[in-house]
Every structure is written in structure tokens, then in C-alpha cells.
Design a binder for this molecule. Sequence first.
Ligand code: ADP
Ligand code: MG
Length: 323
Amino acid sequence: QVTIDKIAAGEVIERPASIVKELVENAIDAKATAITVEIKDGGISLIRIADNGCGIPKEEVPLAFLRHSTSKIRSVEDLTGIASLGFRGEALSSIAAIAQVELRTKVKEADAGIQYRIEGGSEKSLEEIGMPDGTTFFVRQIFFNTPARRKFLKTPMTEASHVSELITRLALSHPEISFQFLTNGQPKLHTSGNGRLKDVIYHIYGRDITGNLLEINAKANGVAIRGYIGKPLISRGNRNYENYYINGRYVKSSIIAKAIEDAYKGFTMQHKYPFTVLHFTIDGTDLDVNVHPTKMEVRFSKQQEVYNFIYNTLKDALSEKEL
Ligand code: ADP
Ligand code: MG
């Protein structure tokens, strides 16, 4: 079992940011309204993720770390429609296989919380503790038992920047959740969770971006777009400022990127890639999500329609107002 989990971990967990992603998505699934992420040394020595979500009942704690164990209802549509964020109960078992994990969790019906320790797939302890409702994970010493994989980690600074980018995307995709991010004890981000996307954008990018934004809000044929498009801060030769989400999930799509850039093309000579934060709501049956858990590439069954709708919506908005 431990060996299989280690192999599975190789599929899901590449670096500290992959662990943060899985644990934050679990916190979101648990209906948390506030999530704190703290890392030390780029997450290599410590990742702490605390949420105020529903918690895990005592009897389910060890089970949650078994491969393919999930409390989430899933159907084929659920997976293809990416309605739920997690992937088939593999995250916790994979993380526990390659790190030292401490879990503290409390459901609101219980008098006490549970502290559970598991390292390299073997259980160390399970004890009752006093704590507030919710769940906190401490993940220490990533790849401590797989030195070959540990070698592939980059410097703490690089790993920290991957985590930071991820937190930015998560905060932008969930304005209704208050995200707090700390690295080596330094606070880096703290969003309000008031639900207003523009406030999150301001918090992350500042006035220079929010001063030049157009609001987008359109809907047709089962596709809805909401969000903002604007000038990037500096003319970067890449797509770093293009954020878009489908059904709450950060994804990559060459069709969406092309529609955004084509619409933007006629309006400026300076920048090829605009700043965007766009949320798409698309019917799950029109989506084809790559089967691999870490891939984010999405395809559509109605490619041309999706392209046309995005292109026309953005072009109309851009032609109404000078940026
Ligand atoms: P999945 O998310 O696909 O169900 P995971 O391995 O990520 O699989 O998690 C296993 C289970 O542990 C979840 O189904 C859920 O019941 C529980 N769980 C994990 N993290 C949390 C959390 N932060 N709050 C509440 N329950 C959690
Ligand atoms: Mg999960």
C-alpha cells in the first residue's frame, strides 16, 4: 500500500505548490470561508493550511488517508463537468506517503477535536485535543523518504513563488473566501472574503490595474462570462496576466486565450496580452477536461461557438470605452 501510494504521489505531487493546491481545494470543498496558508522554506520544511470548514468526524480521520477514499459524491458527470474540485480521494494518501503530516480537525457537533499524525504512510498517533471548528494540516519535510524526488525541488525562493502564484489564482477565483498567505512568518496576502472580485484584484495588483478595467458581464447559449479585462501593468511577452476560470476552477484553454487576445488585438499596439480575470460558467456536458489530475487543459465540444461568444463579448466591451 505504501509503495503504491508513493507511486501515486508522483502523479499528483510534484512540489510544495501541488500539496497546497490539493489541501486548499479540500478546504473549499469543506465550505470554509477563511483559509490560511503558511509556508516555511518555500513549503519544503513546512506547509500549514488552516480552514474554518466542516471538519472531519473522528471515525473518518484515518479513513481519509486511504487511497481512493473520498466523502464526496461523484459521478461520471462530476468528473467531466469539474463541478467538484478534488480528484477521487488520492490527495491525502499521496501527501501522507511522501511527507510528515499532522492533521487537527473538529466538527462542530463534537466536544473535542482530533490530532492525527501520519508519516511516510504509517500512522503515528491519534489523540483528542481542544481546538476551534475546522481543519488544520501541517505538512513537514516533503519527500523526506524519497531523496531522488527531493532533488528535483527548486530553491525555496522558486518553490515559494509557485505557491504564491497559486494563492493569487485561488483568491481571484474565490472572492467570497478570505485568504491569508504567509511565507517565513511574513504576511503576503490577506483578502477580505467580501465577495467582490474587484477588491481582490485591487489587493493583489493595486490601483494601476484597477484604474484601467472594464467590467464584463454577459450570457448566451449556456455560457456566462463575468469579470474584468484591462491593460497589463507592464508589457510582458507572456500570458501571466491572463487569468480565467471555468466553473470556479483555474484552467488553461488555447481557445479562450486566442479569443481574449484576438479581441484585444484591434485596441492596442503596445500589448499583445491583456490583463484579465474572467469567470466562465459553462455547462459540464460541453466540457472535456483532461483526465490527468494535474493537467488543466480544457476543451469544448462547441469550440467555435465558445470562441465567437468570448471574442464578441470582449470586443464589444472594449469598443465602448477607451482604456
Ligand atoms: P477527495 O478530495 O477527492 O475526496 P482527498 O484525499 O483530497 O480526496 O480527501 C479525502 C477526504 O478527506 C475528503 O473526501 C474529505 O472527506 C476529507 N477532507 C480532507 N480535507 C478536508 C478538510 N479540509 N475539511 C473537511 N474534510 C476534509
Ligand atoms: Mg481533495
